[in-house]
Ligand binder design. Sequence first.
Ligand SMILES: [Zn+2]
Length: 59
Amino acid sequence: MEESCLTHDEITKSTRYIKCKVAFDQIVDGKMKECRRDYAGFEAQMIQHMIDHCLGKLV
Ligand SMILES: [Zn+2]
């Protein structure tokens, strides 16, 4: 995939999965609840991009 990012001046190429599964905690009715969700396409690409940032990768 080609991606742009505020952390980089040029468009870069990255290898991404078409689909991803994400587990996360979410507050529902004032209580923390464990959630899992499947994502595909652009959403999956963006999630992988942001997870890379959380792991210290800048594309
Ligand atoms: Zn970015």
